[in-house]
Design a protein around this ligand. Structure first.
Ligand code: NAD
Length: 357
């Protein structure tokens, strides 16, 4: 397969983990006989320093033309005092919006070799395999805002169309997994949640192969810790999704382990156009030391192969390589405990060897 990919290394540990992701893409291309053209472009703080804009026009047009985009991370203290609209993170919001990416997929599972890295007891995390589908373009983050010294307001707005499209995608994903869909809202107090619930019922309430349940966000937060294995696909709005995905991430043991995909309806000849990135940020506290965990980025590469290039065998091979490398004892500092820790590039090499073997 011929595919055009864009890598946006970004800031902090972004370039360190993105290099590992690009190395895995190149290895997959060699091993499976594909032709991946991967072009790097500046994004975030690095792009502000180079051009004054966190999302330069050349970066945006390259992303628009690509089959998929792999991002490291953006942001850091050097740009933290800038006004909101001129910060590195704003480049990411603009990119998601320009590419029409409305669904953020975050799978959460626990690698067999890392059960002891989870803060939850082993019997609680047995069988945990959750896919959180978070709505990315609506809700309180994007409603009108008014900020005074004594009073402030953030408007939460959702339209039926916004809810329908994310629920359709989540139901489709549930069908391809274990067929269980949990819709999370706060319908006992919020009008947007009542519209959410009615729309979810209309879209997914009578699907034969999907079992639907509604759960309040506060109960969900509790069940995620008490009984995480009860969940298959969780679909929820922007703010609840932001909070619940970080909570779910702690189950896995380190922020550095988890991948994400942001998808919309736009398709190209192979699959959905998407943006793939680890869930962590630019980690300024460890940037430049070569110790960041590249697993979340490499797992994001597996999602890219699956969702944007429809290369399921290759995606599964990358995931199996991650399992094997971890089972063989490869660890970066964040998950090493008492074991010796590998550098980012040595960890990536261990995963590349597992892929080749
Ligand atoms: P962070 O995710 O960067 O770091 C939180 C903690 O997790 C730190 O102690 C860090 O060292 C550790 N960590 C994160 N990724 C790791 C990895 N791969 N390996 C080992 N340890 C890892 O969150 P933060 O410190 O709150 O944010 C730092 C910057 O990143 C901020 O500017 C923030 O806005 C930005 N950010 C960007 C994104 C993104 O690019 N999508 C996401 C979240 C935060």
């Amino acid at each position: 397969m011929k595919a055009q990919l864009v890598a946006l290394p970004g800031d902090g540990i972004g370039p360190e983990v993105a290099a590992a992701g690009v190395a895995v893409l190149n290895a997959v291309a060699n091993q499976f006989g594909h032709d991946f053209e991967i072009n790097e472009h500046p994004m975030g703080g690095a792009a502000i320093d180079a051009t004054g804009d966190p999302l330069p026009a050349t970066t945006l047009s390259a992303c628009r033309e690509a089959d998929a985009v792999l991002l490291g991370a953006v942001g850091g203290p050097a740009w933290a005092d800038r006004p909101l609209g001129q910060r590195p993170e704003n480049g990411l919001l603009r990119l998601r919006s320009a590419l029409g990416l409305y669904a953020n997929l975050r799978p959460v599972s626990v690698y067999a070799a890392l059960r002891d890295a989870s803060p939850l007891r082993p019997e609680r995390i047995e069988g945990v395999d959750i896919l959180v589908v978070r709505e990315l373009t609506g809700g309180i983050y994007f409603g009108d805002k008014r900020e005074g010294t004594d009073e402030a307001e953030d408007v939460c707005r959702y339209t039926r169309t916004e809810i329908e499209r994310i629920v359709r995608l989540a139901a489709e994903l549930a069908r391809s997994r274990r067929g269980h869909l949990t819709s999370v809202d706060k319908a006992n107090v919020l009008a947007t949640s009542r519209l959410w619930r009615a729309t979810v019922d209309a879209v997914a309430g009578s699907l034969e192969d999907v079992t639907l349940e509604h759960l309040l966000v506060d109960a969900t937060a509790m069940h995620l810790i008490n009984a995480p294995a009860r969940f298959d696909v969780i679909v929820t709005e922007n703010l609840f999704g932001d909070i619940l995905t970080d909570e779910a991430a702690t189950i896995a043991g380190s922020l550095g382990l988890l991948p994400s995909a942001s998808l919309g309806d736009a398709r190209h000849e192979h699959g959905l156009r998407g943006l793939y990135e680890p869930i962590h940020g630019s980690a300024p506290d460890i940037a430049g030391q070569g110790i960041a965990n590249p697993v979340g980025t490499i797992a994001s590469v597996a999602m890219l192969l699956r969702h944007s290039l429809a290369l399921e065998t290759e995606a599964a091979a990358v995931e199996a390589a991650l399992e094997r490398a971890l089972a063989a004892g490869a660890r970066t500092a964040d998950i090493a405990g008492d074991r010796p820790a590998l550098s980012t590039s040595d960890m990536a090499d261990a995963i590349l060897s597992a892929l080749a073997g």
